[in-house]
Design a protein around this ligand. Structure first.
Ligand code: 5AD
Ligand code: SF4
Length: 437
């Protein structure tokens, strides 16, 4: 029997795609192994969002160029596969399979072609209405599960490769989403994360036609489900109904990741984000008014072409105005096919680095202050791990904060919900102890 190894790069969408690919491989007669050395078939599920992520996969493939790769097959999946296509065979001639995420449902037939002796097999069509739904998904975590509700992206942000790597937007029927969620609850899962490049533009393709807020409401009513999260949102399509759903139902976590990218309306315009700073702050305002105390996180790009010092200052002031509980921040990385390549005024690498450091230092101060306000409060956590070095359990609050805590007895708390009193805080996490029942 053939043994395969898979390594995944990139976002949660990719992590979940790999869970589906693993299930599909196993149904096709392959067994999964832990190291590439043990495998006959080495798969990389790749990310091309920034140049660094893309280079990683070539680095991995280069390691097997000579003898190490003898007798093995290699497959490149995901966003680099879609972006580079057959050019991957030129750059890494030992690769046998190149498949983009829009073609994973064809994986079984592609594997048959490989077994029949074809040396170079591709699945690169983006021309599909299909979502990759499969009953074979091999989920990594027994308590938290991802469910894809929408694939692809119809926006045209001028920095972004995703529309080229994941194709047009296509939503899954609400029926099939709800059915999968109920099955997961029956299997013991208590937290579900709804996934899509832009979940806010979800629209049930069946006659019921639910929008995203309706889907959220109905998910929140599934008996036995304790937590529902979702990612990622686009401010242009984010509506107040989503906040109202969260306000009304405690099963919907009080945490929203709403990528802003820049605090300057001029930069947002050049990014073609389709909203201004003011419209973004309107969405934030809805959340601030909710009695649920909704935690907000975001993504920021610094050093986008033409970003002036004044534009950058506007991003800094936005951090203060919103009070994010966490951010993901990046230096702008020019990507193939994207609109921003045509802009002339690129920012030097040193300056991007300088801005990134300032931004991250500023945010650190905000997080220290916000996390301090949690001290003395109690929080419900889902227990996700145990740190042997500190003898602390690791939990996640509904607001998606990490809360490390001590527990007096030696019972196994993995996957359980516990109430924890917060006693200390730092820039990136909280610490506490369980509250005795
Ligand atoms: N350069 C830097 N960051 C990028 N992102 C997307 N494209 C680029 C790029 N070309 C960031 C955005 C997005 C996150 C997933 O990655 O902030 O929200
Ligand atoms: Fe990377 Fe975007 Fe592809 Fe996710 S969708 S793997 S972030 S390029």
């Amino acid at each position: 029997m053939s043994k395969f190894y898979i390594e995944t790069f990139g976002c949660q969408m990719n992590a979940h795609d790999s869970e589906k690919v693993i299930g599909t491989m196993m149904a096709s007669g392959y067994t999964q192994v832990e190291t590439p050395e043990d495998a006959d078939f080495v798969l990389y599920n790749t990310c091309s969002i920034r140049d660094k992520a893309e280079q990683k996969v070539y680095h991995r493939l280069d390691q097997f160029k000579k003898d190490g790769g003898k007798g093995k097959r290699f497959g490149v999946l995901g966003c680099v596969a879609q972006q580079e296509g057959e050019a991957i065979f030129d750059r890494a001639p030992h690769v046998n399979l190149v498949v983009g995420s829009a073609s994973y449902s064809k994986l079984p037939e592609l594997l048959v072609k490989l077994d029949a002796g074809e040396k170079r097999v591709t699945g690169l069509s983006l021309d599909t209405d299909d979502t990759f739904e499969t009953p074979l998904t091999r989920r990594d975590n027994p308590h938290k599960a991802y469910i894809t509700i929408i694939e692809g992206c119809d926006k045209n942000c001028t920095y972004c490769v995703v529309p080229f790597t994941r194709g047009r937007e296509r939503s899954r029927t609400a029926d099939s989403v709800m059915q999968e969620a109920r099955q997961l609850v029956d299997l013991g899962y208590t937290e579900i994360m709804l996934l899509g490049q832009n979940v806010n533009s979800y629209r049930d393709p069946s006659p019921a036609g639910w929008d995203f807020a309706t889907l959220l409401q109905r998910m929140g009513e599934i008996p036995g489900l304790r937590r529902v999260r979702f990612t990622t949102s686009h401010p242009r399509d984010f509506v107040k109904d989503i906040v109202d759903a969260i306000t009304e139902n405690p099963v919907l976590c009080n945490f929203v990741h709403l990528p802003v990218q820049s605090g300057s309306s001029a930069v947002l315009e050049r990014m073609d984000r389709l909203y201004s700073r003011e419209r973004y702050l309107e969405c934030i305002g809805w959340m601030k008014l909710s009695p649920r105390d909704i935690a907000i996180s975001t993504d920021i790009i610094v050093g986008f072409p033409g970003e002036t010092e004044a534009d950058f200052e506007e991003t800094i002031s936005l951090l203060d105005e919103v009070g994010y509980t966490s951010i993901f921040s990046f230096k702008y990385s020019p990507r193939p096919n994207t609109g921003a390549l045509a802009y002339g005024d690129h920012i030097p690498e040193d300056e991007k680095r300088r801005r990134l450091l300032i931004l991250q230092e500023h945010q650190r101060g905000i997080q220290i202050a916000l996390n301090e306000t949690c001290v003395g409060k109690t929080e419900e956590v889902l227990v996700e791990g145990f740190n042997r070095n500190t003898s602390q359990w690791i939990g996640k609050t509904s607001q998606h904060r990490t809360l490390n805590f001590v527990h007096s007895s030696d019972e196994n708390l993995m996957g359980q919900y516990r109430t924890v009193r917060v006693t200390r805080s730092g820039p990136n996490s909280l610490a506490g102890e369980t509250v005795s029942a």
